[in-house]
Write a protein that binds this ligand. Structure first.
Ligand code: FMN
Length: 169
């Protein structure tokens, strides 16, 4: 039931208190990411922890819609290893599962997060590849802002009967 409540109550947070995150919490988030499901259990992911002010400034230049990481003070760039998982669709699905694990684990640890779009935005991907000197086979997939939340976000009821189909469309 606790897991269910975490899934239901997690919200994207875009306002953060400027406190640093304890290293053990970052390690727990990375551990949660690495326990995500992956096709053939290839675990084709890498994680770049961003917590230096200088790197945050550079990252905002690479990802202009990531301004919120200035306030959160912490972010994780989730990357896929295309040399391990050659099917790009699966690579992105694997990294997305890892990303979602981070969002849920962060909520459990009292942290707020926001998934910031990277994959599918060719300029942003190119900028990040250059900024972090990513090897050719490493694909940036998602940037996650992480910090102590400074807002409470509610959402509407999302359970919609009309989205559900049994045994046929
Ligand atoms: C692939 C993906 C890309 C997203 N990109 C952004 C983004 O660039 N900026 C942002 O503020 N939120 C982004 N979000 C967060 C969504 O806006 C958010 O999940 C959605 O509004 C639902 O709100 P919730 O996360 O509180 O349930 C992204 C989410 C996903 C899954």
């Amino acid at each position: 039931m606790e897991t269910f409540q975490t899934i239901i109550n997690r919200r994207s947070i875009r306002k953060y208190k400027s406190s640093k995150i304890e290293e053990e919490k970052i390690n727990l988030l990375l551990k949660a990411a690495m326990y995500a499901p992956s096709a053939m259990n290839l675990q084709p992911w890498h994680f770049i922890v961003i917590n230096s002010e200088e790197v945050i400034q550079e990252t905002i230049k690479s990802v202009p819609h990531a301004e919120m990481i200035k306030q959160s003070g912490n972010a994780i760039l989730v990357c896929g290893d295309a040399s391990l998982e050659k099917n790009e669709s699966w690579l992105i699905q694997n990294c997305s599962a890892a990303t979602q694990n981070i969002l849920l684990a962060a909520y459990d640890l009292g942290l707020g997060t926001c998934w910031i779009a990277v994959h599918g935005m060719s300029d942003v991907m190119k900028n990040l590849k250059a900024q972090f000197k990513l090897p050719e086979e490493i694909i940036p997939v998602a940037l996650i802002a992480i910090g102590y939340p400074d807002e409470e976000v509610k959402t509407e009821e999302r359970f919609k009967e009309e989205k559900i189909h049994y045994n046929n469309w």
